[in-house]
Ligand binder design. Structure first.
Ligand SMILES: Nc1ncnc2c1ncn2[C@@H]1O[C@H](COP(=O)(O)OP(=O)(O)OP(=O)(O)O)[C@@H](O)[C@H]1O
Length: 622
């Protein structure tokens, strides 16, 4: 159990990057303790507490792609809770008159309080996260800002137990440069590990494309909730560190100003990189120190510049605008310290593993996918009307029909990307209609998308790894990598494994998408125009790959394509859709000679209604 857990969490890259960043943080902390002036020591201590807050936001926002303005609320709660847990009862009685007796008399040391604070605020994050993770990446920032405002108001309102808007003082001073450096190093190392873990990788896939991630079996909401809770607990630790460093705080210390500074640090360094979060914190801290000194007025030789009110905040605003304009990905973009030190701007290709020929075990068991009377209505558009079809293991079913006849909609309904308005979709008797896309994928139905939807900023290997890890809970990172490399080798793209998938040529991207779908070990594969945009040679290669896959596995395939020669050569049976209904079903030769199909196409042409028939459609009626 522990072995499997570690196998999914620990990666060489995450470990190396985490260790490097942790060492750097310890070096900065120890360097300032040994060599720095008291003022510098103070600045570095404050920077380390801010760093823990920045890392908390990086954990959620960097991996999920949804920016949070609400984490300072968890910091406020962290400060409040750890102060309450550590202060002497007599002082608590004076400051918090309405505090329940049990809390009044409970007094823990800092280490115990820190753990309890992380757990309690983590539970609060869980409760709030249940709603927040259901929102889209575009609406999460505003919802999290709302959370900050609500928590701030609640803290001020509950003055009997929080001291309201007044300062809480007398908090034991338990934090020095050594404590804060150790905590910051641990937190940063943990977040670097999380980023490369199975959960972190899947979360980064959802950042790139939620629908595509769900289609390979990733439960987006569950992973976002995990990251939200972990990051809430880390933010609470940051708040506790601030309280026990300064010994005093008030709610205004944990509000919009701090939120703005932390978000600036994160964006300046690069929200998608843990090393970037550290770099941003260093750069912005130095800048704040300089601007604060200049804010009170300074001399430029002959010219005396007077006090400039708000210079610090103006400077930070200009900095963030400049970074967003010149380097939208922040100083480090997607790069990590470990990549930079090994001089890799992007990971380089490695030799593929020696791989067995067989990817998926040939399954003796026969599976059936049955679509019965499925309809789909979009507003006033009846995209599908009472469509029924079935496909068996090992069968290749071609789904053809004019543009807009409902082919993509049918694939979307089967895969759970869209929910059918009515009807039933059963695999081996189990109802799939109504299941979310990730559950349909996990039950054994894989798909590609008509317009390619790769996780563009992940490597080719990572694209496939996400799918392997999401569908095999027992897979370790090592075993999943081996399987992913095997699939890439099968698709003849193993040498591209470490390239950023968004940089590949169209035909190569199509192959990555198919490898990613096969990584689910699917019982049925739904391919929507897999040959679109490919030249003749690429289409021929694809045909060979699909043919070989079908020979070696028992996958049932539904393929949509306008490339009639490909459909005719590949498919055992064809279903023709027309205006959302099944027009004909039969062997390719029968369909070619089918009067209804011929009439439907001729009819459309003669009447002049609808779109003109394509060259490929002309072939079917030729
Ligand atoms: N999200 C949507 N909202 C509204 N209407 C939609 C939506 N998706 C598809 N439609 C409509 O449903 C009908 C079927 O579209 P669909 O994309 O399934 O056809 P298709 O056969 O796959 O076409 P093509 O061959 O061009 O890909 C069309 O009239 C289309 O405009």
């Amino acid at each position: 159990m522990m072995g499997a857990f570690a196998g999914r969490w620990l990666t060489k890259q995450g470990g190396a990057n985490g260790a490097l960043l942790a060492l750097l943080i310890i070096a900065i902390g120890m360097g300032s303790a040994l060599l720095g002036s008291p003022a510098m020591l103070n600045t570095v201590t404050n920077m380390m507490t801010a760093l823990v807050g920045v890392m908390a936001i990086a954990l959620f926002s960097g991996n999920s792609g949804a920016l949070s303005f609400g984490h300072v609320a968890f910091m406020a709660l962290g400060a409040q809770v750890s102060a309450t847990l550590t202060m002497p009862p007599a002082l608590k009685a004076q400051l918090f008159p309405a505090l329940p007796d049990i809390l009044l008399h409970f007094q823990a040391n800092f280490a115990v309080a820190l753990v309890l604070t992380a757990i309690l605020v983590g539970l609060f994050a869980f409760a709030t996260g249940l709603a927040i993770v259901k929102l889209s990446s575009a609406t999460i920032p505003i919802a999290t800002l709302g959370l900050l405002i609500i928590v701030n108001s609640l803290i001020i309102g509950a003055d009997g137990v929080t001291r309201g808007s007044q300062a809480v003082y007398g908090i034991p001073k338990s934090v020095d440069i050594f404590v804060v450096s150790a905590v910051a190093a641990l937190v940063t190392g943990f977040i670097a590990l999380f980023k490369e873990s199975a959960a972190g990788l899947a979360l980064r896939a959802t950042r790139e494309d939620e629908a595509a991630a769900a289609a390979v079996g990733v439960d987006v909401a569950r992973l976002r909730l995990l990251a939200w809770v972990l990051s809430g607990a880390v933010a609470a630790i940051a708040g506790a560190l601030i309280a026990h460093n300064l010994s005093v705080f008030s709610p205004k210390d944990f509000y919009l100003d701090l939120t703005f500074s932390l978000v600036v640090m994160l964006i300046v360094g690069g929200v998608n990189s843990v090393s970037g979060a550290l770099a941003g914190t260093l750069v912005v801290t130095v800048m704040i120190e300089i601007l604060r000194r200049l804010e009170n007025g300074f001399s430029l030789g002959v010219v005396e510049v007077p006090q400039i009110f708000g210079l610090t905040i103006i400077g930070l605003s200009l900095l963030i605008m400049a970074v967003l304009y010149y380097r939208p990905g922040g100083l480090l973009g997607y790069r990590e310290l470990a990549d930079i030190l090994s001089r890799r701007s992007a990971p380089v290709a490695s030799k593929p593993h020696s791989v067995p020929a067989q990817v998926t075990q040939k399954d003796a068991e026969k599976h059936m996918l049955r679509v019965a009377s499925v309809s789909k209505v979009y507003g006033g558009v009846k995209a599908l009307q009472e469509v029924s079809l079935e496909v068996a293991s090992g069968e290749i079913l071609g789904l053809i029909g004019p543009n807009g006849s409902g082919k993509s909609t049918l694939l979307a309904c089967i895969s759970g990307t869209q929910s059918a308005s009515s009807g039933s979709i059963r695999m081996d008797g189990a109802e799939l209609a109504g299941l979310p896309a990730f559950a349909v994928a996990q039950s054994g139905i894989a798909r590609n998308f008509q317009s390619i939807r790769l996780f563009a900023n992940l490597s080719v290997l990572e694209n496939v790894l996400v799918a392997v890890l999401a569908n095999d809970r027992t897979a370790t990172q090592a075993s999943a990598r081996h399987k992913a490399m095997t699939l890439l080798d099968r698709l003849a793209i193993a040498e591209l494994a470490h390239r950023r998938s968004g940089d590949l040529a169209y035909g190569q991207q199509r192959r990555v998408e198919i490898a990613r779908a096969l990584a689910l070990d699917p019982r049925f594969l739904l391919l929507d125009e897999p040959a679109a945009g490919m030249n003749e040679a690429e289409t021929g290669d694809l045909l060979n790959i699909l043919g070989q896959t079908m020979r070696e596995t028992s996958i049932g395939l539904i393929i949509v394509d306008h490339d009639m020669p490909l459909i005719m050569r590949l498919c055992h049976r064809l279903v023709v859709l027309n205006r959302g209904s099944v027009l004909a079903v039969g062997a390719p030769q029968e369909i070619q000679n089918d009067e209804t199909v011929r009439e439907a196409y001729f009819g459309r042409r003669r009447s002049g209604k609808g779109r003109p028939i394509t060259m490929q459609q002309r072939e079917i009626i030729a």
